[in-house]
Ligand binder design. Sequence first.
Ligand code: 5AD
Ligand code: SF4
Length: 502
Amino acid sequence: MSETKVNNKTEKDYSKYFQTTFQPPSLKEARRRRKKTVQFLNDFSIPEDIKGIGKDKKFLIRTYGCQMNEHDTEVMAGILSEIGYTATDREEDADIILLNTCAIRENAENKVFGEIGHLKNLKRENPNLILGVCGCMAQEESVVNRILEKHQHMDLIFGTHNIHRLPQLLKEALFSKEMVMEVWSKEGDVVENLPRMRKGNIRAWVNIMYGCDKFCTYCIVPYTRGKERSRHPKEIIDEVRELARQGYKEITLLGQNVNAYGKDLESVENYGLGDLMDEIRKIDIPRVRFTTSHPRDFDDHLVEVLGKGGNLVEHIHLPVQSGNSDMLKIMGRKYTRERYLELFYKIKEAVPNASFTTDIIVGFPNETDEQFEDTMSLVRECQFDGAYTFIYSPREGTPAARMEDNIPMSVKKERLQRLNELVNELAAKSNAKLKDQVVEVLVEGTSKKNPKVLSGHTRTNKVVNFRGPKSLIGELVNVRVTEAKTWTLDGEFVEKAGVSVK
Ligand code: 5AD
Ligand code: SF4
């Protein structure tokens, strides 16, 4: 890249990024859903000239946001380790630092910009350090422009559709000493044979689909993640079988809207999440979870399959967003309060011991006190075991961002606080019911607060802490609950659990 002298200061010339050959990220372009069929690529490989460039070097990836990002980080870690890098969690030791970012709310973005600013000092001390931004924020025009203008110490920007290009992009960043940027605003392909360096050997994420076509009016995800595209069932089943063979105890099937799984597949007709789960149910892996669900696409076949139990655990995360049908309509959720409750009771009947969690947004434009009360009454009716609650955050480029954000922050905060009090009360109540009961726990490690205490989750996704030998890590055990707190349970070890897989 050429350099120009501006006010006696050497500045990089970014004009090349805006010439015809280069396409800056465009949310408008990302919105388009064309008829073009999804490409299934199986040709990922590390080019000869890139192999080994990470020898004796270390990488660090900071992950923000959802499980999809956590799993993308595992893929990037897999790619980096294939080219010779090893992982570190110390910034000072790293030769490359990647920020895998989240764009879902403004505060998520602010955190990342804070970190980008902080990394400037590190770069000053170590000019050879490669700094990169990837993930959902990299798909946003405004973010990319801000980095180009104000954060020229960054070396690399790449989008969610460009992860498989990391080796080439990294090489360019290493040898060109220029900011390298590649962000495709297309709907996305499915790249099958990417390496993965999984975090831990007990629980694993498995992507079943990518993208989202729901376009809820507040949400940036359909723009940053592209169109809905499902992996072939065979690829998923093979991956789960391999994880079972390696001794993993739990998998979580991942997608932005998992209930739409299969709709776009041309190779198999009428094959949905229910069919996939029915096959995975027969694989010898003790626990299977899935996230995230959209109530609109949650069909009867899936409900029926969940009712078969076995390794399909009794926890349903079913985001509702609002308890008021008019709000749901302007949020573009495509269901009413009544339809949500109907589905809720249907699942409850099929899976009587299920725990339910949800996502809720307060302070969406024009939300009245009465409409917010509808959300409170729905939460009370469903008696959720937990909820992620958010203040509405306008996202540039989404339809809701064009509406006036007219609920004062003080009102939004007050609603959030009242909602959280109710959510906490219900969580405590649901945990209290487990006192003195014996629950099955997958022991995942030691407690963050006390390394002498073991910690894990029940099938219903509740955290249980108890004392026991470290040799139990990775095992399924029965634990008697001795104390129920709002968000965790304390217990005592009873025995190792028998694994029942139908
Ligand atoms: N503002 C606030 N919360 C949001 N979510 C998604 N977009 C926004 C936004 N613009 C919440 C929804 C979703 C969860 C992942 O994040 O509740 O289910
Ligand atoms: Fe966003 Fe709605 Fe898609 Fe969820 S379903 S990712 S909230 S657009």
